[in-house]
Write a protein that binds this ligand. Structure first.
Ligand SMILES: [Zn+2]
Length: 101
């Protein structure tokens, strides 16, 4: 097991895990249920972590994460299908409810 990165939010962590799975890299999310511990644990310890099963995949996994973090070409703002909030076009998740576009 090898810790790849941390994600700011749980939906973000799940998205990264799915992207890694699509690339054939076995990954899992840790700290999934630690969000309720905010205030008791040091802040960063409650962030969801993405771990990969095989350290040999880490270079490839990092490029998947890097491609995800690279902003997409600019476009019009998009309304969320779930809550109707408008997010900038380069957002991959609704800032309000975390739904994937
Ligand atoms: Zn939304």
């Amino acid at each position: 097991m090898h810790r790849l990165c941390t994600a700011a939010t749980l939906p973000e962590a799940h998205l990264l895990r799915d992207l890694l799975a699509q690339a054939g890299i076995e990954a899992m999310v840790f700290n999934e249920h630690a969000q309720g511990g905010l205030g008791e644990l040091p802040f960063t310890h409650a962030w969801p972590e993405i771990w990969i099963a095989s350290p040999a995949d880490s270079d490839r996994a990092r490029s998947v994460v890097a491609a995800h973090e690279r902003p997409a070409p600019a476009g019009p703002d998009r309304p969320c299908f779930a809550c109707g909030e408008v997010s900038p076009a380069h957002f991959q998740l609704c800032w309000q409810c975390g739904r994937e576009f």
